[in-house]
Design a protein around this ligand. Structure first.
Ligand code: ADP
Length: 492
């Protein structure tokens, strides 16, 4: 299809074994423009049989890809990164239309996508094992080998960026991939598949099967031919995938969202803190697993902080992604219903609506940046992931109380503290139950830094060299140097 008002074409079929093909039963699903609620186009909707075909193609391609010289694998992956950079504007236009985010945020996502390919390309020929000293009579070493077929089930908040976050390390480690993008936002993944082919990725090494969670996602995560699963999305879906993966004893890497605390102490620069928190909760209309969902603010600066946060929230201009204003619509009708219903819940629970709280009176799924004050950490709006532009502000009196509130949720993805006291910052970094800690900033993660959750926020790490652990298994090799028979047993 052609993206309206542009010369950008996006494929709409399934990409399997290096070819574009419709779904076996001819089924298609509609993807809509969340700024209008109108359909953009229809893409093929994979059946379980289509997923079978994709897994078979990935299995067939595996041994040749695994045995490709690592430096050559690295060159191909680097080339994908170059093409993503060259096509950054187009990819951003596609993402912004399909997902709703402002164009400049989509461009930033695509710059990040290019970086994943560049970063991991350099690792392809450095995936070394170790030599283990076990005495003079045995040579012992480890090799790190790919699993085989990597299933990548991606969400709708950063579709193109997360395609790159998973596919790049999977490929450099020698795995092949089957990607199942979210049904709400398939278009950037399809374009990326096209760029992978152009970069010289052999047929079958990257496959994309658009489709619904059921049947396509479930068929993929329960497939005997899949060797490792990477999933980013909601906790219930992550749990379902983990259960399915248990039947085939397939390892999972799960990134499942957060309800992240941002602590503000009286010794912080309040303007800086407010600016970071504002950006951290309203970027991508709050549909960010690492968002600052809970501002936990010392009572002596509570009113001053609320004033700053409200002023910033009320300053937002909302509009379709292509207009590149401050905030776009929520990504889907379903998400719009969910967020507006949480806002009602907050009011019913007795929190004070200090800013926003309304849907815009226009077509599309626009919800105002919203700030709730007088929030108690036991309220549902403080405990459950809303995944929208809704900030809860919670007061505290003592450091111990602030740390306790920070940890008093099921999640543990990101966390932040605003303070000029270096000891306090380190105490927080030590005590907080979260995979990522930011001090006097937010979104401190880069492509190079490991990212992932404690508690219900997930298993395993994305990004950084640590992400490669999800795509490599260790083989230990023991070689006897001693001649003749031996009756020694392990542990002797
Ligand atoms: P949300 O609930 O926020 O829409 P999900 O976590 O359900 O997000 O979806 C993230 C991804 O998981 C999407 O690609 C979706 O199609 C997929 N998915 C949903 N249900 C299942 C399932 N049972 N098995 C595998 N994948 C699924």
């Amino acid at each position: 299809m052609r993206i309206p008002h542009s010369d950008v074409d996006v494929p709409t079929d399934l990409y399997v074994g290096g070819e574009w093909s419709p779904a076996g039963d001819g089924g298609r699903l509609e993807t809509t423009n969340p700024a209008t609620g109108e359909p953009i186009t229809e893409v093929a909707a994979a059946t379980a049989d289509d997923v079978d075909r994709a897994v078979a193609a990935a299995r067939e391609a595996f041994s040749a890809w695994r045995d490709t010289d690592p430096d050559e694998r690295g060159r191909i992956v680097r080339r994908i990164g170059e093409l993503v950079r060259e096509h950054r504007e187009e990819l951003a236009a596609i993402e912004s239309l399909d997902q709703g985010k402002p164009l400049s945020q989509a461009k930033s996502d695509m710059g990040g996508a290019a970086r994943y390919f560049e970063y991991y390309a350099g690792a392809a020929d450095k995936l070394e094992g170790t030599s283990v000293p076990v005495g003079p009579d045995q040579i012992d070493f480890t090799v790190r080998e790919p699993y085989g077929v990597s299933a990548q089930i991606t969400p709708w908040n950063f579709p193109g960026n997360l395609f790159a976050r998973g596919v790049a390390p999977a490929l450099v480690a020698g795995n092949t991939a089957v990607v199942k993008p979210a049904e709400q936002t398939p278009l950037s993944s399809l374009k990326l598949a096209e760029l992978c082919a152009e970069a010289g990725v052999p047929d079958g090494v990257v496959n994309v099967v658009n489709g619904f969670g059921d049947p396509a996602g479930a068929a993929l995560s329960s497939h005997e031919g899949v060797d490792t699963i990477t999933f980013t999305g909601s906790v219930p879906t992550g749990q379902a995938i983990m259960k399915q993966a248990a039947d085939t004893v397939t390892p999972v890497t799960l990134e499942l969202g957060g309800k992240n605390p941002a602590l503000v102490f009286p010794d912080a620069d309040l303007d800086e803190a407010a600016t970071w928190i504002d950006r951290a909760i309203f970027t991508n209309a709050g549909q960010v697993c690492s968002a600052a969902d809970r501002a936990i603010v010392h009572e002596s600066v509570y009113d001053e902080m609320v004033e700053r946060l409200v002023a910033r929230a009320e300053d937002y201009d909302l509009g379709p992604g292509a207009e590149d204003l401050d905030m776009g619509p929520l990504a889907s009708a379903e998400q719009y219903e969910k967020v507006t219903s949480y806002i009602e819940t907050g009011v019913e629970e007795g929190a004070t609506l200090a800013a926003g709280g309304n849907a815009l009176d226009r077509e599309g799924y626009f919800v105002e940046p919203t700030v709730f004050t007088d929030v108690d950490n036991d309220m549902r709006i403080a405990q459950e992931e809303i995944f929208g532009p809704v900030l809860t502000v919670i007061p505290f009196e003592t450091e111990a109380e602030a740390f306790e509130i920070a940890n008093d949720v099921d999640y543990g993805l990101t966390s932040g503290i605003f303070t000029s006291d270096v000891r306090r910052a380190h105490r927080f970094a030590r005590d907080v139950q979260a995979g990522n800690v930011y001090v006097n900033k937010w979104f401190g993660d880069t492509n190079q830094t490991p990212f992932g959750g404690y508690k219900h926020s997930g298993i395993g790490r994305e990004k950084g060299l640590e992400a490669l652990d999800s795509y490599l298994q260790t083989k230990n090799v023991a070689i006897n140097l001693a001649e003749g028979e031996s009756d020694s047993l392990p542990g002797a």
